[in-house]
Write a new protein. Structure first.
Length: 51
């Protein structure tokens, strides 16, 4: 893996994590519901995009 690719992956992950934290605060989800959402949301997103 190249150094540039590694930095891009890290920065993308950081942006995603910060967006997830913002969403938890915005919709006032607790930690348990937030963790549940992190598991369920990609499933529904994938199902919606697959059709």
């Amino acid at each position: 893996m190249s150094d540039e690719h590694s930095r891009n992956a890290i920065s993308s992950g950081t942006v995603w994590f910060l967006g997830w934290l913002f969403t938890l605060g915005f919709v006032k989800l607790g930690l348990v519901k937030g963790l549940l959402a992190i598991v369920i949301w990609p499933f529904y997103l994938g199902a919606a995009l697959h059709h």
